[in-house]
Design a protein around this ligand. Structure first.
Ligand SMILES: Cc1ncc(COP(=O)(O)O)c(C=O)c1O
Length: 373
């Protein structure tokens, strides 16, 4: 039996052909020297154009190209955070935020939201989490691992609350922005109440365009802050390789072509996974509106013994049981601040996805045949 992984954050799709062609052409043209730290004028322009075409007033100078969006976040944390500062993160959230905080000043403050409430973050909940030490509110839209999309109304109500905190920056991680199903996402920038001085977008090419190994992301924010980030990048990593940026530019300029291969497949896979989970007793989930994960609650399957007699006490135990006995890999919810849950990616080949859901079902049935304790 081969291992099937539903745990990865990368999809199985090939990177867009136009990216590969543009990278090869740039290499053959000898574009192999240092490039500008802030990014090539062509890619900065293409990013600003993306937002201009959505009606936002964004200049290329407000854009900085980074080696992946993780680096974009690290850059922002380094520039913005001082000892004692707080980064408020609605959870469940991507585990990378925690990892990044290990090497940044400040503290991550989880702001828990619940599956049974549709992972809604209300203005009241936000108001209670913020104080004078709050330096960053970090939203992810669409969400990883929940697939939750904040509506424009929700974002505008949250922005009203942030107005009372003049030292606060709002970072919106929109790395899954094109991967949506039932409703389109709203960029924080397009919301009433989003002030140019403290609104920052982070985005990248890893998810929308299946380019995780190319390591390209960007920051879009107030000019003064972007300049500080450029200075940090100049002192540390330098600019992203020019041939990679040319590939990213070609992809962005033809983004509709790049996306049209992927989105219908993801949409079908989402249905397949929903149907399979629906048939599993005790498993509940929030249907994702975006990104490519389900984040089901498996807690009703815990506190049971495996056929080998091992008691499953956590979703980490469940993940180990699946891996050892069914060669199925899932990402345990503890990593996302939500014990009892697990993240399952549906950005895998359809036949593997079908097989994976059969293995999961068999594994859960075997558990229910064993006595609960
Ligand atoms: C919400 C979120 N932000 C950022 C990243 C980092 O992406 P990149 O590959 O651009 O560094 C990920 C990757 O999983 C993610 O899920």
């Amino acid at each position: 039996m081969d291992l099937i992984s539903l745990a990865s954050g990368a999809s199985y799709f090939a990177s867009p052909a136009m990216a590969t062609a543009a990278a090869i052409a740039a290499l053959q043209a000898g574009h192999t020297s240092y490039g500008p730290t802030e990014g090539t004028p062509g890619l900065r322009q293409a990013v600003s154009q993306k937002y201009k075409s959505m009606g936002q007033d964004v200049e290329p100078e407000q854009v900085m190209i980074t080696p992946g969006s993780k680096q974009a976040l690290f850059n922002l944390f380094t520039v913005l955070l001082r000892q004692g500062d707080e980064v408020v993160v609605p959870t469940p959230a991507w585990f990378g935020f925690h990892e990044l905080m290990k090497y940044s000043c400040g503290t991550l403050v989880p702001l828990p939201t619940k599956q049974e409430e549709g992972y809604t973050l209300t203005p009241d909940m936000l108001r209670q989490a913020l104080n004078e030490n709050s330096r960053i509110l970090l939203l992810t839209n669409p969400g990883n691992p929940t697939g939750r999309i904040y509506t424009k109304e929700e974002l505008e109500a949250l922005l009203q609350v942030t107005k009372q905190f003049p030292n606060l920056y709002i970072i919106s991680d929109e790395i899954y922005d094109h991967i949506t199903y039932s409703q389109p996402y709203t960029s924080l920038l397009s919301c009433m109440g989003a002030k140019k001085e403290n609104t920052i977008l982070v985005n990248g090419f890893s998810k929308n365009f299946a380019m995780s190994g190319w390591r390209i992301g960007y920051i879009l924010g107030p000019q003064e802050l972007v300049n500080k980030c450029i200075d940090f990048q100049a002192s540390t990593f330098s600019g992203v390789s020019v041939f990679l940026q040319e590939a990213a530019q070609a992809t962005l300029e033809q983004s509709d072509n790049a996306l049209k291969q992927m989105l219908p497949v993801l949409s079908e896979n989402r249905h397949l996974m929903a149907d399979a989970l629906d048939s599993m007793a005790g498993v509940s989930y929030h249907l994702p509106d975006g990104a490519y994960y389900f984040f089901p609650d498996f807690s009703a399957c815990l506190q049971k013994k495996t056929p080998q007699g091992k008691l499953l006490q956590s979703s980490m135990d469940l993940a180990n049981y699946l891996q050892e006995n069914y060669k199925l890999s899932i990402a345990p919810g503890e990593n996302f601040g939500a014990p009892g849950h697990a993240r399952l990616s549906f950005a895998v080949e359809k036949n593997k996805l079908q097989e994976a859901m059969e293995r999961l079902n068999d594994a859960l049935v075997s558990l229910s045949l064993n006595r609960s304790v």
